[in-house]
Design a protein around this ligand. Structure first.
Ligand SMILES: [Mn+2]
Length: 248
């Protein structure tokens, strides 16, 4: 019985410095399979390089809300939206918009489903302090997820808060954010460990990893590129206080 490990990353948001630190950490553990739960772009300065890095490094890339909406903002949109959009090449905008919305896998007898925000849509958010109804909704088949085996474990991103919750045999977890964590200012990712494609129960692990990185180097890159919304970005990276809560 061969235990394998799969790394799950999410919400890189153009933070290349954090992404490289996390990819180095994954590599140093000898892990070769990576699944990205989306939000490659927006908020941070180097979405284009992040897309290229992930397209190469990740086995599966899932579309997040930013990947879905940023490519189609009009020229009349807010300055920062146009800036983040224009930083991407046309082929990258097309690539992001064509990514799948959901991915299923089987490990150690567990049907695991991964998506960005919810089983409804990458644009429908489920917070850590969700309702019972929202919890149920994460485990059902929808038009977005397709009709695979109903999962007993669901992993997602979107809220930039790492957590795990087990309720009556079902596990809901959030992998946290690589590039824009909002629970503590240290990038988060998850590792699944188990027997891949094994229908029978077998040992299984879910781990959360925090990887410190050079926050000031990333802020300097944003300044050098004269990214709009620089100030709230710098505060988010240094303090993990969301831009909407900074009172700026
Ligand atoms: Mn996000």
């Amino acid at each position: 019985m061969l235990l394998e490990r799969i790394a799950l990353i999410s919400d890189v948001h153009g933070n290349l410095t954090a992404l490289d630190a996390v990819l180095d950490d994954i590599k140093s553990r000898g892990i070769e399979r990576i699944i990205n739960l989306g939000d490659f772009v927006g908020k941070g300065p180097r979405g284009s390089e992040v897309v290229d890095r992930c397209a190469k490094a990740c086995d599966v890339n899932i579309r997040g809300n930013w990947d879905d909406h940023l490519p189609v903002w009009s020229d009349e949109s807010a300055t920062e939206m146009v800036w983040w959009r224009d930083e991407l090449r046309q082929d990258q905008r097309d690539w992001l918009r064509a990514l799948p919305l959901s991915h299923d896998l089987l490990m150690s007898g567990r049907h695991i489903r991964l998506f960005h925000a919810s089983a409804t849509s990458p644009h429908v958010r489920v917070h850590a302090n969700h309702t019972a109804e929202e919890f149920e909704g994460m485990f059902v088949n929808t038009g977005m997820t397709g009709n695979g085996p109903v999962p007993s474990m669901v992993g997602y991103g979107d809220i930039h808060d790492t957590f795990v919750e087990v309720e009556r045999g079902r596990t809901l977890f959030n992998v946290g954010s690589v590039g824009n964590p909002l629970d503590e200012p240290v990038p988060s990712y998850a590792i699944l460990e188990g027997v891949v494609d094994e229908p029978e129960q077998a040992p299984f692990g879910l781990h959360f990893i925090r990887v410190p990185y050079d926050i000031e180097a990333e802020i300097a890159a944003a300044a050098r590129l004269e990214m709009p919304s620089f100030e709230p970005y710098a505060v988010e990276l240094r303090t993990a206080v969301y831009r909407g809560s900074q009172g700026m």
